[in-house]
Design a protein around this ligand. Structure first.
Ligand code: CTP
Ligand code: CA
Length: 228
């Protein structure tokens, strides 16, 4: 689909997208992160913008150009990502959580670089669970009242459909999108499984660009009448 001829299925909508990994510091020089490239989230932000929406992209540390016309907020940690999302949430009607948020952060970030102490013993790092950004958003009055449509992604290594369905119900989101097939991180293509109240829809193997456009149409079709 050529951008200028793309159907404006999200005209008048405000869309908030999270993308990329998060980075959880251990000390001033180290941290925990993951291999999320951010490509799918950036492609979705671009497709939503081209479909007529006003789009904000909250991005973890990735090296990707900002899609044209998209407002970008860069963050590092899961807590910063949650703050950025909550700050701008009231404006939005659609929330799409593609970020691979680190599930844990260190309980205490050391102010100084951790040093080997010569004993051969590694430091005893303690972890705490990060806030679940998607579940937090899905619990807001806006989402519960049906004026904020929430879309989640699922990273699963096995039993995609069952695990993704369970995740959808647990996080109380109307639509959950699963990555079909292994090792999508960093690649330019993918295949997606959409899971909602009515069952599953497969978006067959294609570039992330095309999948993002298809997903945007699928989201637009699913918006409740109150949000059109
Ligand atoms: N997510 C989030 N905040 C978190 C963890 C996940 O917003 N702290 C969002 C992701 O952006 C994704 C969805 O929740 O849209 C599912 O993420 P996933 O990692 O698959 O699920 P988890 O709930 O973290 O469960 P687990 O990793 O144990 O399977
Ligand atoms: Ca996780």
């Amino acid at each position: 689909i050529v951008a200028s001829f793309a159907p404006k299925v999200l005209a008048g909508q405000q869309v908030l997208v999270t993308a990329g990994p998060t980075f959880e510091a251990i000390d001033p020089v180290r941290g925990i992160t993951n291999h999320s490239s951010g490509k799918m989230g950036f492609a979705i932000a671009r497709a939503a913008q081209e479909a007529g929406a006003r789009v904000t992209l909250v991005a973890g540390p990735v090296h990707l150009p900002t899609p044209e016309g998209v407002r970008r907020i860069d963050v590092q940690s899961a807590q910063q990502m949650l703050e950025a999302v909550e700050r701008s949430l009231p404006e939005y009607g659609i929330f799409i959580a593609t970020a691979a948020v680190a599930d844990w952060r260190t309980a205490n970030v050391s102010e100084q670089k951790l040093k080997k102490d010569g004993s051969g013993q590694p430091p005893a790092l303690q972890f705490v669970e990060n806030p679940d950004i998607l579940a937090t958003v899905a619990r807001t009055a806006q989402a519960q009242a049906g004026t904020l449509y929430c879309v989640g992604f699922a990273a699963e290594s096995h039993d995609l459909e069952a695990n993704a369905q369970a995740k959808r119900l647990r996080k109380q989101v109307p639509l959950l999108v699963g990555n079909i097939g292994p090792a999508t991180f960093g690649k330019d293509d993918n295949a997606l499984l959409l899971i909602d109240d009515h069952g599953t829809t497969e978006l067959p193997h294609a570039s992330k660009r095309v999948l993002a456009q298809q997903l945007v149409s699928e989201i637009a079709r699913r918006l409740p009448d109150t949000q059109r």
